[in-house]
Design a protein around this ligand. Structure first.
Ligand code: XMP
Length: 512
């Protein structure tokens, strides 16, 4: 049975990081919101309670009955989780005089397996508004910092030998120098996890599971050219072979030559794939539409129409496969519901309901970097694995205002120059995402003796980990200069290039 760590989420911005760190130790884990904890199964070896932006002192503070967890397995409470234990056991928690935020030095560390092989002092990252002033009886302080007496504690509920640890700093954040060591001490040494959850073991168990779930039934999957759908297709095709039918739709909004190149790549990977040229259908429906959300809706619904039509040509399909990954699942399961919609990213949300098919999502427990690692083991070529993210609505949201074939041509040509330039200068892999945007303005220029009045292209490159936040890439001036020249000299209709130097937040990566 697969060992697992259960992470109970109280809403911390770092909860996903705790999961990622646990997975880095090759231990499987799941995040569940505090108000939707699943039945505790035998494979759970330990529990981690996350932090929270809330205070345990608030009237409607998120809470769980810790008593029900005591003594069953080791528990690690991080910040809020630690304060909750102190509070429920009649210790004192109060707002701290100075918000305990930022770097601090952990010291006076007691002898305990949680701190095995720790140096006498090390830097930790703190981020909490409350602090534990006084520990309940039977709680043993384990460490302090310059500003707080109780940076860590332990107690043995009911004298049992399954410890409860509380820490008032964040081991999951890289600023905590010994954070990984602490998590390893807890997860491997104290909880006794073996750390056998590797990409190879995941591939093997997933293919076995898919074989028994899908049997000889037919599966249909929409490929996008991106990592997630490709890895999902690779796993499923290893389980059911030609019973996986892949559909790759060209709505005319892909990068230049991408449709042909990606389709050929898929065929060489042995996928049973049909390419559908639906350019006219998409572009006709988009004619004269300028509003970004409207564009997204049209593209989403046209995709569903085309996909459904193609899928119906395959007889007796039972399953719809999707490349959904874990962050999408966690977001829709969080206790406040999905975060406010800034841009509606989930392009084909309505597809499963409409088609009345059973859903299979083999990646829905994985983070993006894990999907990439898996893809490498599945021999998916680098040009797909390392490809920058590309939005579902494609170039439609990079042409500000209405979309015409001429504008698509301009964006495709400029984009090709920029992306190929990054690759040639070995900058492509150091940038998280690069793109060009066609602005809805014309500016005056001069070419030879002629005055011109033409379009402006904006080039954008960002560094990011997950697209949630991003910083603009500091590309070399010489490189930017060459790209600007190449675009202006080679793309008819463009006489000016600008570089976007905004970060996210407050800007977003795409312009629409
Ligand atoms: P923003 O522009 O919100 O983008 O900072 C964050 C990441 O999401 C991509 N993106 C989308 N992906 N459908 C998608 O599948 C969309 O409608 C969409 N809008 C933005 C964007 O390219 C970036 O990687």
């Amino acid at each position: 049975m697969q060992e697992s760590i259960l992470i109970i989420d109280f809403g911390s911005q770092y909860t996903q990081l705790i999961a990622r760190r646990t997975r880095e130790l090759n231990v499987y884990c799941e995040i569940h919101p505090y108000n939707k904890i699943p039945d505790i199964s035998e494979n759970i070896k330990g529990i981690i309670l996350s932090g929270s932006p809330k205070s345990v002192l608030e009237e409607k503070a998120p809470s769980i009955d810790l008593q029900s967890l005591y003594g069953k397995f080791p528990v690690l409470g991080i910040c809020y989780g630690a304060q909750l234990a102190a509070f429920q056991n009649k210790g004192t928690v109060s707002p701290s005089d100075t918000r305990e935020y930022g770097r601090a030095v952990l010291q006076n560390i007691g002898e305990d397996p949680l701190f095995a092989e720790f140096p006498a002092e090390s830097q930790v990252w703190m981020s909490h508004g409350d602090t534990i002033d006084k520990l309940p009886e039977n709680f043993e302080p384990l460490a302090s910092t310059e500003s707080i007496k109780i940076a860590a504690f332990k107690f043995l509920p009911n004298g049992n030998n399954q410890p409860f640890y509380g820490i008032q700093f964040h081991p999951e954040v890289t600023h905590t120098e010994e954070g990984m060591r602490l998590l390893e001490n807890f997860i491997i040494n104290i909880c006794g996890c073996k750390g056998q959850w590797t990409p190879e073991s995941f591939i093997e168990s997933t293919i076995d599971d898919l074989k028994s779930r899908l049997g000889k039934e037919k599966v249909v999957l929409g490929l996008s050219g991106g990592v997630d759908s490709t890895v999902a297709a690779s796993l499923i095709s290893r389980a059911v072979g030609k019973n996986l039918y892949c559909i790759f739709v060209d709505g005319g909004l892909l990068r230049k030559n991408e449709f042909r190149e990606v389709l050929t790549g898929y065929e060489s990977m042995g996928f049973n794939v049909t390419g559908v040229d639906a350019q006219d259908e998409f572009l006709t429906k988009l004619e004269g539409v300028s509003d970004p959300e409207e564009k997204r809706k049209i593209i989403g619904s046209t995709f569903i129409d085309v996909f459904e039509r193609e899928a119906k040509k395959i007889k007796d399909v039972v399953w719809l496969a999707q490349g959904t990954i874990y962050p999408d699942v966690i977001e829709s399961a969080s206790f406040d519901g999905p975060a406010a919609t800034i841009k509606s990213h989930h392009n084909v949300g309505g597809l499963p309901e409409k088609m009345n098919l059973k859903i299979v999502e083999p990646l829905n427990l994985l983070f993006k970097d894990e999907v990439r690692r898996l893809g490498a083991k599945l021999d998916i070529p680098d040009n797909i694995l390392k490809r920058h993210p590309f939005p579902g609505p494609g170039l439609a949201i990079r042409i500000l205002g209405d979309i015409t074939r001429e504008k698509i041509r301009i964006v495709q040509e400029a984009d090709e120059i920029f992306i190929n330039g990054l690759k040639k200068s070995n900058l492509y892999d150091s940038v998280w995402q690069a793109l060009v945007v066609l602005l809805p303005v014309q500016t005056v220029g001069v070419m030879g003796d002629e005055r011109t009045y033409e379009h402006v292209i904006c080039i954008r490159a960002v560094n990011s980990v997950d697209g949630m936040t991003a910083d603009w890439s500091k590309l070399p001036y010489e490189f930017l200069g060459e790209i600007s020249n190449d675009i202006i000299n080679n793309v008819k209709g463009v006489n000016r290039v600008v570089y976007d130097i905004s970060s996210k937040p407050p800007s977003t990566i795409e312009w629409e």
